[in-house]
Design a protein around this ligand. Structure first.
Ligand SMILES: Nc1ncnc2c1ncn2[C@@H]1O[C@H](COP(=O)(O)OP(=O)(O)OP(=O)(O)O)[C@@H](O)[C@H]1O
Ligand SMILES: [Mg+2]
Length: 288
């Protein structure tokens, strides 16, 4: 259904009838949910900059620490990182934004911000109303109550709440020893990416918490990082061509520890599919 048909006369009742729970967060957004819907709060630029500073420090640390201590540091925002961000904020605020923007951190912020804006635009244009993304509705602005600071939020759009992120589903299946199912979801992930390429869209931020699971589908939760610019995609693919074990980059290392056979199969498929030739097989001819 095209996005325009999802213009509601008022917000879904469950969004305004109770306090929304904090469900998840990324670098740029905090996500709150009711039973069937999620709403998103954009983080302030200073919070994103604080997260980038923390991220850079943790990456340095991860390089010098043994892998079992270093890798958990690089998982996306968790409670300790949240605390660090709150502690960093005053420091970020005393340095004027114009100065931050002149540093490497400012450059990273700019790349992150512009990728988000572009991704959201492309998703609205090409993915709204398709089975590749969760359902999305818009409505006149309304104030909703949310857990934690600041306690409320004004929203005018909501997204269908998925069952969990793809990362969570894979972790649950690995913990339950259901590796056949885990491989099936990995296949669905690769299928979804290829469907996106057929529409001339490629994600340069395809980590497993940016995808969700609903019924038997994988959907894209976070359009940040979507691009239709072939030279950029080509550059990204050639930079990744040297990665020996893509499953490690995706955070699948701990999940597939006991099943190196699945890791090997997945890595072989990934390298064949997520490659210049693999993407070109699907890419609309007029766009490359
Ligand atoms: N529709 C949804 N249903 C359920 N959970 C969701 C939904 N959308 C987002 N989430 C949760 O919120 C988290 C953050 O959302 P999102 O990826 O949009 O934020 P972000 O700040 O843009 O992320 P990034 O750090 O990748 O830029 C997701 O990883 C997921 O856990
Ligand atoms: Mg995300």
């Amino acid at each position: 259904m095209p996005a325009s048909l999802h213009l509601l006369p008022h917000a879904p009742e469950e969004l305004i009838s109770g306090r929304l729970r904090r469900l998840g967060e990324g670098v740029g957004k905090v996500v709150y949910c009711s039973e069937h819907w999620v709403v998103k709060r954009q983080r302030h630029a200073s919070d994103i900059i604080a997260l980038i500073v923390i991220w850079k420090v943790l990456r340095r640390l991860a390089r010098i620490l043994p892998a079992h201590l270093g890798e958990p540091l690089l998982q996306r925002p968790s409670k300790p990182i949240r605390l660090l961000r709150v502690m960093m904020r005053p420091l970020v605020l005393v340095i004027p934004r114009s100065l931050w923007l002149m540093t490497h951190i400012g450059e990273l912020w700019h790349v992150y911000h512009s990728r988000n804006v572009r991704g959201e635009h492309l998703a609205r244009l090409h993915l709204a109303g398709t089975s590749l993304v969760p359902d999305h509705v818009t409505f006149p602005p309304v104030r909703v109550k949310v857990g934690g600071w600041p306690g409320w939020l004004t929203v005018s759009e909501a997204t269908e709440r998925v069952e969990c992120t793809l990362h969570q589903r894979l972790a649950d299946l690995a913990a339950a020893g259901r590796f056949g199912q885990l491989e099936l979801w990995l296949d669905r992930f690769l299928e979804l990416r290829q469907t996106g390429w057929q529409r001339g869209l490629f994600s340069v931020d395809a980590h497993l918490k940016n995808f969700g699971v609903t019924g038997d589908r994988v959907v894209l939760l976070d359009p940040g990082g979507l691009t239709d610019h072939w030279p950029e995609i080509e550059q990204r693919l050639s930079a990744q061509a040297g990665v020996a074990e893509p499953h490690l980059q995706l955070g699948l290392g701990p999940l597939l520890d006991s099943r190196p056979d699945i890791a090997d199969r997945f890595n072989a498929r990934w390298k064949e599919i997520v490659s210049r030739d693999g993407v070109l097989r699907h890419w609309p001819e007029e766009r490359s």
